[in-house]
Write a protein that binds this ligand. Sequence first.
Ligand code: OSB
Ligand code: MG
Length: 373
Amino acid sequence: MRLEHVELLHVTLPLVTPFRTSFGTMTSKDTFLLHVVTDEAEGWSEFAADPEPLYCSEFVAGAEIVIRDALLPRITALPEPTTAALAPAMAAVKGHELAKAAVETAMLDAELRGYGMPLATFLGAVRDRVPAGVSVGIKDSLPQLIDDIERYLEEGYLRIKLKIEPGWDVEPVRAVRTRFGDALPLQVDANTAYTLADAAHLRKLDDFGLLLIEEPLAENNLHAHARLQRRLTTPVCLDESLHNAADAASAIAMDACRVVNIKPARVGGYLEARRMHDLATAHGVPVWCGGMLETGIGRAPNLALAALPGFTLPGDTSASRRYFAEDITEPFVLADGHLPVPTGPGIGITPLPDVLARFTTARYALYAASHPR
Ligand code: OSB
Ligand code: MG
């Protein structure tokens, strides 16, 4: 495989409803797509983070620079840029997992398209559809929260995740349990908003039979999460703190988490995501696929990953219309609470050219081989 061209496309898609978390409010998905052209096939990926480094330290403008100046030069120097060679070639660059994931995923898409192989087949998927959960942002009032959840449940979502923060935690959980009953699969995500001093307060959540509490404490503080887990019966799940499979191994060994959120972008791509899945599954730890409000380009490969056997909990892989009035790909539509795993080669989907053109705010070449075939 020879890399001929890499193009970056800035896209801005309005969200159907503002998404508020403990770290901020998003009203649009502002990011970039990578489009690679090789002598075998073309590939697409989406950078998962946002213009500001609020969820994680990476952000759109920084990722552009690191991809252009640090990652692509290491890849174009390879004699053969097969997907498996990319992470080792990029390893000298510290961190920047989300940027590395964008590079690796576009190349993986192109390589698999060259073989005519779907990503789900490559990863070892055992399902052709995956159960869908939905992540529900912080609202201005409890009635508004209940209304929104009612609508999602009518649409068929099989699991609800509530975003929480200090001042919006026990009461919303209680209101949801009171209205929808104890059988509703329910979990919460704090996005690092608490400290160990809140342990006694978070313990109140133990009364509500939650599937898990996601990333309650500071990013990367496995020790504090282990100490919290000792005081809770609710399983702790880590998101922000796990950057690779080795982090998950440490966290599991320390009992810092009993569930793992796998976001392929956060761990540097689908190859590492599969290793994290294998590691957790070998330890009997359930995993589920997180999301970053991706367009169809980011969602399609997440659905392939979520079809692996260890993904025993519904993920944040929701339908296109939960995020956007119009997606840049054919929309993913909920059927019986599930989304279909793409069956075409590679990630199984490409942007719709007309829609992509309307949502694209800038595009430029990041790399062009001097002597393309
Ligand atoms: O913490 O899981 C998170 C969205 C953006 C950034 C971080 C998170 C989220 C979500 C929504 O919870 C997941 C989704 O529906 O894509
Ligand atoms: Mg999270």
